[in-house]
Each structure stands twice: as structure tokens, then as C-alpha cells.
Design a protein. Structure first.
Ligand code: GLA
Length: 397
């Protein structure tokens, strides 16, 4: 049977197999790698901008990943190279590595090395070659995939034996202190803890995680990603601004985080906060409820019954949190009109992707209608592809 359009997906190409990556490593560095590690990107099913508010999230790791081939060196130099950037390695010395010294994509792996050093890990010198088929800037955590691939590789080669929860914080620290994006722990948690056929329910206050079965195929549904091609950066602008609003709202309510505000407290909060801050707070409080409700509905009725929760999440992000954009709204509307059972923007917002849960026999129709609608609106040509809940970070050879 012909797969639905975009099933193998995207314009980013196939990730080379382990042998091809090892060959490229040998060509670049003159010796064979010791091993290859892999970490996936993620899509968030529901629970947006709740992670840094000590709330709940429900992402899943996807079948798009970053791989890194690594060999330890005798000296203290770390050389990082990628197949998606320049052909010259970026080199740093572990004894003098400082956050200000790194920039560009190498801030992700070198940020992890720095973060490991800060945690007291004796990081050896290494040569590292990265490859990835997670689309960049699409809201699918290409950055967390790089960080987590680096983190699991360094953890093993340094003999550090850090737990997955500790590696999540290593990755987050790289992102916050080296890359400069004030993000939470959702992306690294999904990449490190994901499992095939499951979503990861995470309580970001306790870091307690549970795998939640997400049998989309068994229900005739497909997770269809609509990459609007509107690129975003969480190191600048809106993301940090929303985080600041949430922190201000919590402080004005006398709370250490918005996790402390139950839905029943919203009416009183409305009298205390200014109108805009109240809407930001309302998004977070209601989104936490939607995540918990989604888990309950998945357990009792399965994926075909969560569509309304996804739709409500999108409206809350569009109207209360104001992180959507015309392209994302159009993608969501068209997908819903053509038969998706639920759709929402996913990730940090201001661009990136939407996720639609689409019946398998409607995937082509949604694909064509979204491409047409974007054409009529004179938006850039979107990229549509499907993803599956996949395994988390691990050594692959
Ligand atoms: C980005 C951040 C995450 C999270 C989401 C929004 O992906 O990296 O920590 O805040 O945005 O839910």
C-alpha cells in the first residue's frame, strides 16, 4: 500500500546509518569512533509553557533523532563537528571552557560539556561528529536532541553514571546558561525518557515521570506534524517575556510558582492581577488541568477521545497566552476542518509546528488542504510529515 503523503516525511533527508556516520568520522578525524549514541527530538502532545511553572507536560519522543559518533582523546580538547554546519570542527579545552566562549550550534554540545564539568564530572578530551534529521526551528527540539545525544555519550565515556533525571538538568543548564534560552525541562525529559508507543507524563515540580501508553496506530490515528516554516528562537523575545509574566503573576499572588494556584483560585486572582497577566496565568492553570484530564481520557477511552482537549489547548495559547501566529492558526483550522480529531500548536510558539491527530485515511486530504491554504494566504510552503512515539536516548553502536 502506498504510504500517505509525507509519512516518511520532511525535507530534511534520511539520517545515515551507523556505518556511514562512522566512515565520515574516520574521514574527518583520522580514526574510528568508539561508539555512536542517539537522542530523539520530541513533539508535545499537550502541556505548553507549564514546565517552567512547576506544572505538568505530556510530550513524546519522535522517530527523528540526532546521532553522535565519539572517540576519547589523550588530551583535554573537545572537538565538535556536524554534518549540518561547516566542515571545520569547533575546538575547546575542557580546562578553560567558559559559556561566553561558545556560539552557534556548538553551544549545545559544548554547553553540555561545560554543564558536566560544573557538576564535577571529569570530562575527557573527545572528538564528536553529530548528524541529525530533526528539523531545525520547527518546534521539535532539535536542540534538546543534540544536548541529550551529547549527554548520554559523555556520561558513559566519562564513567559518570548520572541518572536520566540528572542528565535532564545537565541539558537544561546548557540551554539556560550557555545557549541563553530560559527554557524548562520538558524537551530533555522527553528525549531522555521517551519510549516507543508511549508519551511521557512529567510532573515538573518533582521531576516524577510516567510512561503513558499512546497507541495511535491501534486507533487508526496518525500524529501529523505541520511545520509552518516560521522560525523562532527561544533565546530572544516572546518566550522569555511569557516566562517573566508567569513569574510576576505568581509573585503577586504570593506563590513560589503557578503550580500553587488551583482552578478554583482563578476568580480571586482576576481581582489581583492586571488583565494581561491574568490571561497568562489562566492559560497555565487551565493547561495543567488539560494535561491531567488528557492522561485520564487516554487511560479510560484512548487517543480518539482527546481531540477536544487539544483544541481547547490551542485556543488558550492563541487567546490567553498569545503565542500562536496566523500560520499556526491556519494549519490548526484547516486540519480540523479536513477531519483531524484535534489539533494544536506545539512547542514554545511564535512559529514552529502544529500537531494534528488525523485519521489515517484523512492524512493526504489534510496535507493537500494545508498546502493549498498556505498558498492562498501567500505563506511559505509548509512541510507536513508524520511522527511516531519512539524510544529515548541510548547507545546505538
Ligand atoms: C520550549 C522549551 C520547553 C517548554 C516549551 C513550551 O520547547 O524548551 O522547556 O517551555 O517551549 O511548552
Amino acid at each position: 500500500m502506498r504510504p500517505p503523503r509525507g509519512t516518511t516525511g520532511g525535507t530534511t533527508g534520511e539520517i545515515p546509518d551507523g556505518q556511514a556516520l562512522a566512515d565520515r568520522f574516520r574521514n574527518a578525524f583520522g580514526h574510528a569512533p568508539e561508539g555512536i549514541w542517539s537522542a530523539p527530538g520530541r513533539v508535545n502532545l499537550i502541556g505548553e509553557h507549564t514546565d517552567y511553572n512547576d506544572g505538568f507536560v505530556l510530550p513524546f519522543a519522535i522517530d527523528r533523532s540526532t546521532r553522535v559518533a565519539v572517540r576519547r582523546r589523550q588530551d583535554r580538547r573537545v572537538r565538535v563537528l556536524s554534518t549540518f554546519d561547516s566542515s571545520t570542527p569547533v575546538s575547546a579545552d575542557t580546562s578553560g571552557l567558559r559559556p561566553d566562549d561558545v556560539s552557534g550550534w556548538s553551544a549545545y554540545p559544548l554547553g553540555v560539556v561545560w554543564s558536566m564539568l560544573q557538576a564535577g564530572v571529569d570530562v575527557p578530551g573527545m572528538d564528536m561528529l553529530f548528524d541529525s534529521n530533526v528539523p531545525v526551528g520547527a518546534g521539535l527540539s532539535s536542540s534538546a536532541a543534540i544536548e541529550c545525544a551529547a549527554a548520554v555519550a559523555v556520561n558513559e565515556l566519562a564513567g559518570a553514571a548520572l541518572s536520566s533525571s540528572e542528565l535532564v538538568l545537565i541539558g537544561q543548564r546548557a540551554e539556560n546558561d550557555v545557549v541563553g534560552a530560559p527554557t524548562g525541562i520538558m524537551d530533555q525529559s522527553a528525549s531522555l525518557l521517551g519510549a516507543a508507543g508511549s508519551a511521557v507524563f512529567l510532573d515538573c515540580q518533582s521531576q516524577h515521570a510516567e510512561l503513558v501508553p499512546l497507541d495511535l496506530a491501534g486507533t487508526g490515528l496518525v500524529a501529523q506534524i505541520i511545520d509552518t516554516k516560521v522560525s523562532h528562537s527561544h533565546a530572544t523575545g516572546g518566550y522569555a517575556d511569557r516566562r517573566a509574566s508567569c513569574e510576576r503573576g505568581a509573585a503577586e499572588l504570593g506563590l513560589s510558582s503557578l503550580r500553587g494556584l488551583p482552578p478554583s483560585g482563578l476568580a480571586q486572582a482576576e481581582g489581583v492581577l492586571d488583565e494581561e497577566t491574568f490571561r497568562r496565568v489562566r492559560h497555565v492553570v487551565t493547561e495543567n488541568e488539560r494535561v491531567q484530564r488528557t492522561c485520564q481520557v487516554l487511560a479510560t477511552q484512548g487517543p480518539s477521545a482527546i481531540g477536544e482537549l487539544l483544541d481547547a489547548s490551542h485556543l488558550s495559547m492563541r487567546d490567553d497566552f498569545e503565542i500562536s501566529c496566523p500560520e499556526l492558526d491556519l494549519a490548526v483550522d484547516v486540519a480540523r476542518n479536513l477531519g483531524a480529531i484535534g489539533a494544536r500548536m506545539t512547542g514554545g510558539g511564535f512559529g514552529g509546528s502544529a500537531i494534528a491527530l488525523t485519521p489515517v485515511d484523512r492524512v493526504d486530504a489534510v496535507h493537500d488542504a494545508v498546502v493549498d491554504a498556505f498558498g492562498h494566504a501567500s505563506f511559505e510552503v509548509p512541510d507536513l510529515f508524520t511522527v511516531q512515539p519512539a524510544e529515548g536516548a541510548r547507545r546505538v553502536s
